[in-house]
Design a protein around this ligand. Structure first.
Ligand SMILES: Cc1cc2nc3c(=O)[nH]c(=O)nc-3n(C[C@H](O)[C@H](O)[C@H](O)COP(=O)(O)O)c2cc1C
Length: 484
């Protein structure tokens, strides 16, 4: 890596330096040349099975990524060597908590508070990615070290591309991940299926008969990843201002070469281009966060005009499918967003859990200290109102550990009377990628489950073993040489 600059504090390489210094066991380097087909993804899943979630650097992905022959040196040409693949940067709660400088336990609260402390951005004169420029006939995205992740994938996918564009009506910009299917030297398929800002900006541009100017940023800090997933905020706020709030300092941006877009100055690679207004082409299938091959897509097309990069650029990829790298941030974001929405009206809500096993999306579990009948129903409606992906909401009393799914199932088993405690909202907008959503309208039936005890009358008493007794039992077992 080149020498560090002040931009690096907000960059992918700044994050890697922090991990190497503070959590040396959590950064693994593979120096051997590996097959760009499946090897990096399979290695991460093997580690996950073994209970490990380290950041991984694959230094040679099939020899791909030597772009030195293509670059016009606008400073210095890129180094002649394979470009390293960095992956699994957001799979580890301890590392994400360290990014916010808090404990793992404090992560959801710190995230939910700081993502509302919007900070104006700073625009610096030069991006770190201005070392080299590749354009015209030299531009060849197939030379990037883009892994093929699952055998169902239609092609290698760029999975860590943060797409930035401005609202054609208001000029406010956004940034977010969108999967990018490698189709050719300057052509990528893109799906805007989450139907949030980028989808809407493209729709507004297309209504005017215009392509949407877009910059793809590759190689950002995990706090950019986290901030880009925030969805409930005022329309005049920039996502970059949310990310600045997470950093606790103005996010440093630089003007790139497409329209008047500003992108993170410390990024590794910028691809400038546009999403075409009216062109739709097959895109997918792709191994999605649902654990299924997804054939559903908005089938848009991005045409690249120019690539700029750091001299020794790193290529970032998110591990797809149900990998933690793909899902953990969604869990934390949704927990924070739902908690923020609930706390406005229900101060007795004590926690929210969006489990990984429900794809970090489809089920939310809410704990509350219920004071009146009907509060769980209010909580369900508020949670469903914040997020179209969430379709099942379970409300439990605060004696239930919402992070222990066994405890949650026990509450459902013993506190739910189905005819009065389960209710449905049919025909609601759902997620396109949810395989159970209607194949034409993408609607779903939402469900609330009130698994709380009734108020105002006696209910069966829960069995508990008190803390002193538990401590004595642990001491007894220890003396008997029985490890716990
Ligand atoms: C790794 C990853 C990949 C994603 N891929 C897509 C995608 O291909 N299409 C999409 O519409 N949303 C995708 N999302 C979700 C969006 O990034 C997310 O909803 C974001 O907030 C949308 O930003 P926007 O409001 O700027 O559109 C992805 C999220 C993650 C974490």
């Amino acid at each position: 890596m080149s020498e560090t600059t002040d931009l690096d504090a907000q960059s992918l390489r700044g994050f890697l330096t922090m991990v190497e210094r503070r959590f040396p066991d959590e950064l693994l380097r593979i120096r051997e040349r590996v097959d760009p087909r499946f090897a990096s993804t399979a290695a991460v899943f093997e580690l996950e099975r073994a209970g490990r979630s380290p950041v991984m650097v694959f230094e040679d992905l099939g020899g791909l990524g030597d772009l030195s022959g293509q670059a016009q040196a606008a400073g210095a040409a890129p180094a002649a060597r394979p470009m390293p693949l960095v992956t699994n940067i957001a799979a580890n709660r301890a590392l994400l908590a360290a990014c916010l400088d808090v404990s793992e336990e404090a992560l959801p609260t710190a995230f939910r508070e700081r993502c509302r402390s919007y900070l104006p951005c700073t625009v610096v004169p030069r991006g770190a990615w201005e070392d080299a420029v590749i354009e015209g006939d030299d531009l060849d995205l197939t030379r990037l070290p883009i892994p093929l992740q699952f055998s169902v994938d239609a092609a290698p996918y760029i999975t860590a591309g943060q797409l930035t564009a401005r609202d054609p009506e208001t000029g406010v910009d956004t940034t977010g991940f969108h999967r990018l299917m490698l189709k050719g030297r300057n052509r990528l398929g893109v799906s805007l299926h989450s139907r949030r800002r980028m989808y809407e900006f493209h729709r507004r541009a297309a209504a005017r008969g215009q392509n949407l100017p877009v910059a793809i940023t590759l190689g950002v800090h995990p706090l950019h990843y986290m901030g880009s997933m925030v969805y409930a905020y005022p329309p005049d706020v920039r996502k970059f201002e949310i990310i600045g709030g997470l950093f606790g300092a103005p996010y440093q941006l630089a003007r790139c070469g497409v329209a008047d877009l500003e992108v993170p100055a410390g990024a590794e690679i910028i691809i400038e281009g546009e999403i075409l207004a009216d062109v739709h082409e097959p895109e997918g299938p792709f191994g999605e966060f649902t654990g299924y091959a997804s054939f559903r897509s908005t089938q848009n097309v991005f045409v690249a005009h120019r690539l700029r990069m750091r001299r020794d650029a790193l290529f970032h990829s998110v591990v797809s499918g149900m990998a933690k790298d793909h899902i953990l941030v969604s869990c934390i974001t949704r927990e924070g967003e739902i908690l923020n929405a609930l706390k406005r009206n229900l101060p007795n809500v004590t926690g929210v859990h969006v489990p990984h096993s429900t794809c970090g999306a489809f089920t939310a579990i809410i704990a509350m200290r219920k004071t009146a009948e009907g509060e769980p129903q209010m909580a369900v409606m508020a949670a469903l109102g914040t997020e179209l992906y969430t379709k099942h909401v379970i409300v439990v009393d605060d004696d239930v550990d919402i992070f222990d799914l066994n405890d949650v199932f026990w509450a459902i088993a013993t506190r739910v009377r189905a005819e009065q405690d389960i209710f449905f909202v049919p025909g609601a907008k759902g997620a396109i990628l949810d395989p159970s959503s209607d194949p034409q309208s993408f609607t779903v039936t939402k469900m609330g489950i009130d698994a709380t005890r009734p108020t105002g009358r006696d209910f069966a008493e829960r069995l508990v073993i008190d803390e002193d007794e538990r401590a004595r039992a642990r001491a007894l077992l220890e003396r008997a040489g029985i490890p716990l």
